[in-house]
Design a protein around this ligand. Structure first.
Ligand code: R5P
Length: 300
């Protein structure tokens, strides 16, 4: 790592520090502040000339602020003559608006790709994009990591051949398929229709009667999708119900609702700083070893 430096934005310093510890390096010095008018100020207090710069910034909780901060850090690194600038964005916000689904709608995932590239990002390391196609919105190299590879060892003790993987919507089929292939289990689908930002209607396609199920999705925001899927599985006779998502956004009272739902356990990664959330239902698996492997491979 002599020609590389790892920096942390302010969204997930815990992850950046754990990554630095894992790699046996010291985090680079970077100061981020707010001007009184709300503008972000960044100062990288390191020599970056001809170095590979890695910046950790997850775009959750205050996505607009953290995105702007990240772009400013990238700009500062570019102006300091960094050789390559890799953004490690475990959770990339705005991925759900990945197509023009109605007249007057934006494609925010494409916009985010353009913004990061324009700022000077040359490589993106990301966990579980909302859809794989979003990779194609980037002209830069994208390393796309999937959480099923990361959580599979945690699951192996829990899952048996009668477990069924459930995709809570058609868009999540690829996750469920990868999960069922890795764990060698069957999968079933739920046809979900979003009625508005909070309410969804769901129909089960397949059989969960008398079976244990794992509901797998890319993210949990309000918890509505996972909980409705869990209730549907329970109604159709499922026995044990657990969930697994890559990104635990947990907005509003999501955790409380999950605790009061048929979900017995929810496995998440630390792609988002959830240190303020504590619940016996949650089981967190670290993405640090996987990120470290990519950094070590990239650092030629
Ligand atoms: C939707 O397409 C996503 O994959 C998630 O299912 C959804 O965004 C989760 O949101 P919530 O927890 O608010 O239902």
């Amino acid at each position: 790592m002599t020609s590389s430096i790892l920096l942390s934005g302010s969204s997930h310093p815990k992850l950046a520090q754990e990554l630095a510890n894992y790699l046996h390096i010291t985090l680079g010095l970077l100061k981020t502040e707010q001007f009184p008018d709300g503008e972000t100020q960044v100062h990288i207090q390191e020599e970056l000339s001809n170095k590979n710069v890695f910046i950790v910034q997850s775009l959750a909780q205050q996505p607009n602020h953290y995105l702007m901060e990240l772009m400013i850090i990238i700009d500062a690194a570019k102006r300091a003559a960094a050789k390559n600038i890799t953004a490690i964005i475990p959770y990339l916000a705005y991925g759900r608006q990945d197509r023009k689904d109605k007249s007057g709608a934006p494609i925010t995932a494409k916009l985010i790709a353009k913004l990061l590239q324009t700022a000077g990002m040359s490589h993106l390391i990301v966990m579980d994009l909302h859809t794989d196609q979003i990779e194609g919105f980037f002209e830069t190299n994208v390393t796309h990591l999937h959480f099923e590879e990361i959580i599979k060892d945690t699951l192996k003790g829990t899952i048996h051949e009668k477990f069924v993987i459930v995709s809570p919507d058609i868009g999540g089929v690829k996750i469920a398929r990868r999960m069922s292939q890795i764990l060698n289990t069957e999968m079933v689908l739920i046809n979900k229709e979003r009625l508005n930002s909070f309410d969804v209607s769901m129909k089960l396609i397949g059989d969960v009667k008398g079976k244990d199920v794992l509901i797998a999705d890319d993210l949990c925001s309000t918890g509505g999708t996972l909980i409705a899927a869990a209730e549907l599985c329970q109604k159709h006779g499922a026995k044990r119900i657990i969930g697994a998502v890559s990104h635990g956004l947990f907005v509003q009272d999501a955790i409380k609702k999950i605790e009061n739902s048929p979900l017995e356990q929810l496995i998440i990664t630390n792609s988002i700083d959830n240190s303020f959330v504590s619940s016996p239902v949650l089981k967190q698996v670290s993405i640090v070893p996987s990120l470290a492997q990519v950094i070590l491979k990239t650092d030629l």
